[in-house]
Write a protein that binds this ligand. Structure first.
Ligand code: HAM
Length: 427
């Protein structure tokens, strides 16, 4: 048999990596709770039409698409937003608004594998549906700020923009939606020359070129300049004002925004308003991104519902934590090994293990039949807090021996007081 490897772009997460990912998932779930988002679990495999409807060419061409045995064209989800929009048109249609929905799981894109770019990766995803107000947009940035802060990352920064500015200019110049999407896709890839060549109207092209060169000393100054620059395109001015409103709310709530990018397109096609991403200096790819998509739910056949959301790339957050050597905050559970001194005491030792586990202690039972010295050596290697030694003599008196592995001290203790002894350490 050949030595099997993972498929290209797929990874095994070994215990330390899995621990880090789970730590971030915990922080994302806590963030969801703090902000009132309820969790849903949606399928990894979805109909191709649902996932491709408004995702845009870039993602569409990178989906893992296949026929199931019933000849249906399906795909592995490349993101969560389409699935949540589906829920909003049906199962959650009658829920009171705003609707706040959280999901976490693996998503799949046939991206070229490199540092921080995988074909299977994890996202935590937050969608806020039913409000078109800037406080809803602000919330998605603020919760992202809370999550990134909770992971212990430093020096992260937000980049924000507004798709409405570009789309409204193009719409006023009668550029149809298909052409708009093609232009935005090219802008997302920073292929501005190609994008501008698709625009026939000279005034429109010049305005967009001018936007690209525009820069302010502060985020506020940049938005003010955008507003002035697009004067004459009424709805684009309104979009810039909307961006300003969001910027004010976010910064006044204590989350600084350094960069406003006047021509900021994101890969996905459904965005209509705010778009944003978050970065750390150690990585050149975004740790998360999102924005407003006010028309997706009606495209899916639902009631017109304004919506805004964000997804965080958990593998990239993990990578950034490793690069910044951010420690995971220490686990609070105490860990012990339980070692029966002889075979006949196994059942009794297992009973004691159960008692400890039920009291919240993590217990590894000695399953290798090792002699005491070897078992203690192994306990040392595993860095547990205590070894509980179950011996015949002590057991007769309703007691066991507890060895504090850090202090190298051991005492005999009544079984009734064992939990207190182990859990009480450091408290
Ligand atoms: P996205 O920007 O396509 O947005 O993905 C969000 C995040 O997923 C990225 O910022 C990045 O951290 C991570 N990511 C993307 N591709 C990869 C990859 N190949 N390997 C590792 N991480 C990756 C969305 O998915 C939207 N659904 C966000 C959203 C929700 N917009 C509104 N609601």
């Amino acid at each position: 048999m050949p030595a099997f490897q993972t498929a290209r772009g797929m990874r095994d997460l070994l215990p330390e990596e899995a621990e880090r990912l789970n730590y971030i998932i915990c922080k994302a779930r806590e963030t969801a709770q703090y902000y009132g988002y309820r969790e849903v679990i949606t399928p990894v495999v979805e109909p191709y039409e649902l996932l491709s409807a408004k995702s845009g060419e870039e993602i569409r061409s990178r989906m893992f698409t296949f026929k199931d045995l019933g000849d249906r064209t399906v795909a592995l989800r490349p993101e969560f937003t389409a699935s949540i929009a589906r829920l909003a048109t049906k199962a959650l249609k009658n829920e009171p608004k705003p609707l706040r929905i959280f999901s976490v799981g693996s998503v799949y894109r046939y991206d070229e594998p490199q540092r921080g770019r995988y074909r299977e990766f994890w996202q935590s995803n937050f969608e806020l549906m039913g409000s078109n107000r800037p406080e809803a947009d602000a919330e998605t940035i603020l919760l992202t700020n809370s999550l990134i802060k909770a992971t212990g990352l430093r020096n992260y920064s937000f980049k924000i923009g507004h798709i409405g500015v570009i789309r409204e200019i193009l719409s006023q110049e009668n550029v149809d939606e298909k052409a708009q999407n093609a232009i935005l896709q090219l802008m997302d890839k920073k292929e501005y020359g190609k994008a501008f060549r698709l625009i026939k109207q000279e005034k429109c092209r010049k305005t967009l070129q001018g936007l690209l060169e525009l820069n302010g000393n502060t985020a506020f100054e940049t938005v003010e300049k955008i507003k002035k620059h697009v004067a004459g395109y009424e709805k684009a001015v309104a979009a810039a004002e909307n961006l300003l409103g969001i910027l004010q709310l976010v910064t006044e709530s204590g989350c600084p925004i350094e960069t406003v990018e006047p021509v900021f397109a994101r890969g996905l096609e459904y965005y209509t308003g705010l778009v944003f991403e978050v970065y750390v200096p150690e990585l050149d790819t975004a740790l998360g991104g999102g924005g407003r998509y006010d028309r997706l739910i009606e495209v899916f056949g639902g009631e017109p519902t304004p919506a805004v959301g964000v997804a965080h790339g958990l593998d990239r957050i993990a990578l950034a934590m490793q690069t910044q050597t951010t420690a995971l905050s220490p686990r609070r559970d105490k860990r012990a090994v339980v070692i029966p001194v002889k075979q006949e005491l196994k059942a009794e030792a297992l009973k004691i293990s159960q008692m400890l586990r039920e009291a919240g202690v993590s217990v590894e039972f000695e399953v290798m039949g090792r002699k005491m010295a070897k078992a203690l050596e192994d306990a040392d290697r595993r860095k547990v807090d205590f070894a509980v030694i179950v011996g015949e003599k002590e057991l007769k008196e309703g007691a066991v021996v507890v060895r504090d592995m850090m202090k190298h001290e051991q005492t005999t203790i009544e079984i009734g007081r064992l939990t207190e002894k182990i859990r009480g350490k450091d408290e």
